[in-house]
Write a protein that binds this ligand. Structure first.
Ligand SMILES: NC(=O)CC[C@H](N)C(=O)O
Length: 368
């Protein structure tokens, strides 16, 4: 069965229907990873977006139990050149099409994804909608042009209640703005005692939990749509060690007085080179973001830039010179992608332990 993908600028792609028949709309973005479609589909940061995968064959290793980044996906749709219907992998339990249908995610295959990607690169990300073959593109366009991007994505994807993943190590509060489970895995792998809390948790509530450190997760949408999170981060800086990833990095920047901007087409892929200024080392990183911290705005704050993207020079890392707090725009938990920067979790935990020791020394001297 044929299906249409209609872009806000009037471009109409006709391809084959794939996945659910629940025809959605969303922001059309592209990801250049050669593998990792299962992690991409289940990354909550794609909430409200239709993801085009530039690698031409998708679904060839199927869908398995282990590679999900969340159980309930939030992506609005998927666009591929060729969808494989007969996957071959020892872990495969489902086809891409069956997964998409089961999770009510519409998709399209058989369109010129290179042309679509070049359009987005040239004109920037834009809205798009799936439509059945008999729908008039003009009607769909009229509806699409009147639609606003939602601003409540973080609220939609965050956990409703706090929950604990017990461990004998450091006590970490993980603020869930749309957390990829890879982040949780990194902490549990290191024996941490993790309390996952909703996006709207206040600084006071977090301090009451007496954690040793706080992790600000990734998440969908514009960081400026979650002012309560910025306020919460402001209430924690200097009181607890902080580590921010992606949306968490942007919230940390806003909390310190820097600004964020929407990028033309963002960074989404598994091979984005990032340079660390202090060491000169280049890391290949996994990325998925459409906003970035504006470099000029950082200069007016206490923050220091630690890393830059080599492709476009945008800010990729920040740290606070006075307090134990740092952040990165990319994904050190990878999933999918390279694990070059995985050591950042160890670095964070060694900062957490150092701060705990320092506090103990201060407490002992106060008692004396
Ligand atoms: N992966 C993320 O956390 C994305 C952050 C933010 N939603 C952006 O697109 O820039």
């Amino acid at each position: 069965m044929k299906r249409q993908l209609i872009l806000e600028d009037g471009t109409v792609f006709i391809g084959e229907a794939l996945g659910s028949d629940n025809l959605t709309s969303g922001e059309v973005v592209f990801n250049t990873g050669m593998t990792g479609y299962q992690e991409i589909l289940s990354d909550p940061s794609y909430c409200g977006q239709i993801v085009t995968l530039t690698y031409p064959l998708i679904g060839n290793y199927g869908i398995n139990r282990e590679d999900f980044e969340t159980i309930n996906p939030f992506v609005s749709g998927l666009v591929v050149k060729e969808a494989c219907s007969h996957p071959s992998n020892f872990r495969s339990e489902d086809t891409l099409d069956a997964y998409l249908r089961g999770r009510d995610i519409p998709a399209i295959s058989g369109i010129d994804t290179r042309m679509l990607t070049k359009k987005i690169r040239q004109f920037g990300t834009m809205k798009g909608a799936f439509a059945s073959i008999d729908q008039s593109p003009d009607d769909v366009l009229a509806r699409l042009r009147n639609e606003d991007f939602p601003t409540d994505q973080v609220q939609r994807v965050s956990t409703i209640k706090p929950y604990v993943v017990p461990g004998r190590g450091e006590r970490i509060v993980l603020v869930d703005y749309g957390m990829k489970h890879g982040i949780l895995r990194e902490f549990t792998k290191r024996n941490c005692h993790v309390t996952v809390v909703p996006y709207s948790t206040t600084a006071e509530e977090i301090l009451k939990l007496k954690p040793d450190g706080v992790m600000l997760s990734n998440g969908p949408g514009d960081p400026k749509d979650v002012p309560e999170a910025v306020e919460m981060v402001q209430g924690l800086i200097g009181k607890l060690p902080l580590f921010g990833i992606c949306l968490g990095h942007q919230l940390f920047a806003l909390a310190c007085g820097a600004d964020t901007v929407k990028m033309k087409f963002g960074h989404r892929g598994s091979n984005h080179p990032v340079k660390d200024i202090a060491t000169g080392r280049v890391y290949m990183t996994s990325q998925n973001h459409g906003y970035a911290v504006e470099e000029a705005s950082v200069k007016a704050t206490d923050l220091q830039i630690s890393q830059y993207a080599l492709n476009d020079g945008s800010v990729e890392g920040l740290y606070h010179p006075k307090y134990a707090a740092f952040s990165v725009q990319y994904h050190p938990e990878s999933a999918p992608g390279p694990e070059d920067s995985n050591g950042l979790f160890d670095e964070f935990l060694s900062i957490v332990k150092r701060e705990k020791r320092r506090e103990r020394v201060v407490c002992q001297s106060v008692q004396i």
